[in-house]
Design a protein around this ligand. Structure first.
Ligand code: NAP
Length: 490
């Protein structure tokens, strides 16, 4: 039993969490959750639909009336307690992530640190939400801007970071005084439910944080985006689904933040420190088996170092250990499901048919199931599917460029604009290139850019809004301006 792997068995929840209650059954039956490494059924969870989602929203609305009036200091203490409990239960939470998502345990532990950091950061930010006193145009007037929590927030999250994509939203929302209903990805609800258990233990009041489970994705999404009591939609997932949710939210004019898909370019100039570049590229590509929104999707290498760097990358990729993420030393876990493997195969076939060369990997892994070999493919052209769409797998396409202008033009030749990376030792070139890249984030001489202190988010079709940093809490606040007249001078 998977539950036996946990020290604290009560973190393995088999129920939705609505209005402070564990809902073990609904009228809509259960669905099976599978371990992507083994294909085994981990658990069967209740399917929530319209009625359960409406109830979660209504109870979140009631809870909001009280939670928004709790002092910032008290809210900070509760969110901080939640942070501490997440850290205390790091090992169990990481095990849950590996079981349901497949990433190697070491990476899952890293995700818990990252997830916890948002609760800590926003518990601190809760006390720093300040308004403004603005010089008035008349001497009888005073003008004040207040910041107030927006209300009930609905969070819809992806499977690839089952903990962090929730705390990056719930941390600032609860710190600001909002309540939240989370619809986690149907493939990774166990981590979300364990977070709910810990939130309850931390003293998050009834109804402030609910989790609806199930695979009735559209009915639940329709209620979350259509319900008049929901004031904010915060979504992380694909651009395709983001577009649908934005359209659905337009009916009731909800505030929306959208963390969507990417097609990150990673540029290596001839003057780069190649040791640093190799490590950076491997980090930016293979983390979470390539299933990250900021994964390098196109590695652009300058002519003079192309073959040398390609050979080094291929050698390193071939050494990566593939296996069940629970086994020691594994660096590449399974992909999330068969459909994801199919997409990788399709992208590769299209590239090879167009003249690309496979330097390492290139096939389903001998382990079978959802395992795919870490792959490096050279001579990729910008027009190929692999360079135009987010591959979301352990495949590194290498492209070639002549000069800085061409690299920038190639990097920007996409509708996406989430992250980009560049490797160079020339300060002027770094400035010029970083400024010219059409993305929300730029990693310079590094492949790891995520941190709770920095604003995460994209431009173009990669999204709206920012998460993390001191900007992140603004997404959950409204500004109300008071125009106060009659302060007649004496
Ligand atoms: P996805 O298919 O867009 O799903 C994301 C979430 O949306 C899941 O909870 C999914 O539910 C839900 N969903 C799908 N259709 C819906 C609908 N019609 N109404 C309401 N909810 C709906 O994305 P994914 O495959 O889970 O995640 C991978 C994508 O996320 C990639 O494109 C990646 O780049 C992006 N991502 C972006 C960031 C960022 O910060 N920018 C971070 C991580 C991932 P079900 O699970 O029930 O289908």
């Amino acid at each position: 039993m998977s539950m036996d792997l946990l020290k604290d068995k009560s973190l393995f929840r088999q129920a939705a969490f609505i209005n402070g209650q564990w809902v073990e059954q609904t009228a809509h039956g259960k669905y099976a959750l599978r371990n992507p490494a083994t294909g085994e059924v981990l658990v069967e969870l209740p399917v929530c639909r319209e009625a359960e989602t409406e109830f979660a929203i209504e109870s979140a609305h009631e809870a909001f009336q009280r939670w928004s009036k709790v002092t910032a200091k008290q809210r900070a203490e509760i969110v901080n307690r939640w942070y501490q409990l997440v850290v205390e239960h790091k090992e169990d939470l990481a095990t849950l992530i590996t079981l349901e998502e497949g990433k190697p345990l070491a990476e899952a532990r890293g995700e818990i640190d990252y997830a916890a950091s948002f609760l800590q950061w926003f518990s601190e930010e809760a006390k720093r939400v300040r308004g403004d006193v603005i010089p008035a145009p008349k001497d009888s007037q005073r003008i004040v801007a207040l910041k107030q929590p927006i209300g009930v927030c609905a969070a819809i999250t992806p499977w690839n970071f089952p903990a962090a994509m929730i705390t990056r939203k719930a941390g600032p929302a609860l710190a600001a005084g909002c309540s939240m209903v989370v619809k986690p990805a149907s493939q990774t609800p166990l981590t979300a439910l364990a977070l709910a258990e810990l939130a309850q233990r931390a003293g998050v009041p009834t109804g402030v944080f609910s989790v609806v489970t199930g695979n009735a994705t559209r009915p639940v999404g329709n209620v979350l985006t259509g319900h008049p009591l929901v004031r904010k939609i915060t979504f992380t997932g694909s651009t395709e689904v983001g577009r649908v949710l934005l359209a659905q939210s337009a009916e009731t004019i909800k505030k929306c933040s959208m963390e969507l898909g990417g097609n990150a370019p990673l540029i290596v100039f001839e003057d780069a420190d190649l040791d640093l570049a190799v490590e950076g590229i491997l980090n930016a590509k293979f983390r979470n088996t390539g299933q990250s929104c900021i994964a390098a999707n196109r590695v652009l290498i300058q002519d003079g170092i192309y073959e040398q760097l390609a050979a080094r990358l291929a050698a390193r990729a071939a050494e990566l250990k593939v296996g069940n993420g629970l086994e020691a030393g594994v660096q590449i876990g399974p992909m999330i499901d068969e459909a994801a493997v199919g997409k990788v195969e399709e992208h590769l076939q299209n590239a090879v048919a167009g003249g690309a060369r496979v330097l390492a990997g290139g096939r389903r892994h001998a382990l079978g199931g959802a395992f795919f070999e870490p792959t490096v493919v050279a001579d990729v052209a910008l027009g190929m599917t692999i360079a135009r769409e987010e591959t979301f797998g352990p495949v590194m396409p290498l492209l070639r460029f002549r000069d800085e202008a061409e690299a920038i033009a190639m990097a920007n030749d996409t509708d996406f604009g989430l992250a980009a990376y560049l490797f160079s030792k020339d300060a002027a070139r770094i400035w010029r290139t970083a400024e010219a890249l059409e993305t929300g984030m730029v990693g310079i001489n590094t492949g790891l850019i995520s941190s709770e202190v920095a604003p995460f988010g994209g431009i173009k079709q990669s999204g709206l809004g920012r998460e993390g940093s001191h900007y992140g809490i603004d997404e959950f606040l409204e500004i109300k301006y008071l125009c106060w007249d009659g302060v007649t001078p004496v």
